[in-house]
Design a protein around this ligand. Structure first.
Ligand SMILES: [Cu+2]
Length: 154
């Protein structure tokens, strides 16, 4: 059932294209959708959290520790389901209390939050919002480091 104007649950997903250059469409995914984040063993990656919702979300990535790189303003078009880095904006560095290695970062609304980490151990893990009401409503996604693991959920 859909209630116009009522809050809808926030989901995680992916963004297609390059939001630093042009509006890029996002796709929402549920917990049991196929893995979309699959870093190689030993890879170092920067992940970008584009927060198109109205709330801040404490994002937690299992298995790794990461460094908060920076944040930057984004433009959100809810009707077109696109996000784009705000043209002319500059990244703001991590806050002083965010120095060092973390396992959680707050992704603020209207911003992209960038984190950098190394994926050393192969396996099947999860990343999710740490607000219980959100993670219990599918704001949680599986991810895999390296090749498929024996016995992992299909
Ligand atoms: Cu949340």
């Amino acid at each position: 059932m859909f209630f116009p104007g009522a809050p809808s649950e926030a989901l995680l997903g992916t963004v297609a294209g390059d939001p630093s250059m042009a509006p890029a469409e996002w796709t929402s995914q549920h917990w049991d959708d196929a893995v979309t984040e699959n870093p190689a063993v030993g890879a170092t990656e920067v992940w970008e959290f584009y927060n198109a919702t109205g709330d801040a979300h404490p994002m937690h990535i299992h298995e790794v520790v990461f460094e908060v790189v920076d944040r930057q303003a984004i433009l959100v078009d809810e009707d077109a389901r696109t996000v784009m880095v705000e043209p002319g904006s500059s990244p703001t560095p991590a806050e002083p209390w965010e120095s060092g290695f973390k396992d959680m970062v707050i992704a603020y609304p209207g911003q992209v939050t960038r984190v950098k980490m190394n994926f050393a151990q192969p396996g099947q893990f999860v990343w999710h919002c740490h607000i219980v009401e959100h993670e219990d409503n599918e704001m949680m996604r599986p991810y895999r480091i390296g090749p498929p693991q024996p016995g992992e959920p299909s």
